[in-house]
Design a protein around this ligand. Structure first.
Ligand code: SF4
Length: 141
């Protein structure tokens, strides 16, 4: 089995809502490879993801990454804490992308998203709200 993908808690919802935008061309190319090339691929739901509490697979080429940390560390830690709490995630947990989506569907209502993503600059662009609405409208469970 290949090594698990590593996601910090708030990147599960970022991956769900990704629409090709990001902090730099390198960041976008990397995130597109993970999200479009892997998670949204034919076997994407079976992808195993390990929860980490520092820089992860999405952070890797980010211009704001400082080693395993982030230039916006306080804000990112607050986002991670809120998302970990909402999605019942702890560092070291492993779950598939399919399980992660089921967990988002179960625990993240639109109201919860407004709270746990509060202050994130991407929220007002609407793609995360739209992705959550699509997930919650999917009657496949
Ligand atoms: S802004 Fe910080 S948390 Fe977000 S991707 Fe970049 S390094 Fe990671």
């Amino acid at each position: 089995m290949s090594a698990p993908l590593k996601f910090r808690p708030h990147h599960f919802l970022c991956a769900l809502g990704f629409e090709g935008k990001g902090y730099s061309s390198g960041f976008i190319a990397n995130m597109s490879g993970i999200v479009d090339g892997q998670l949204r691929g034919p076997q994407g739901d079976e992808t195993v993801i390990e929860v980490v509490r520092d820089a992860d697979a999405i952070c890797a080429p980010c211009p704001q990454r400082i080693g395993a940390g982030c230039a916006k560390q306080d804000r990112i830690t607050a986002l991670d804490d809120a998302h970990a709490d909402a999605l019942r995630l702890t560092g070291g947990d492993r779950l598939t992308w399919g399980e992660a989506q089921a967990r988002i569907k179960e625990h993240v209502t639109p109201e919860v998203m407004e709270r746990i993503c509060g202050g994130c600059g991407w929220l007002e662009q609407g793609m995360c709200r739209r992705a959550l609405a699509r997930l919650r409208a999917d009657g496949s469970d």
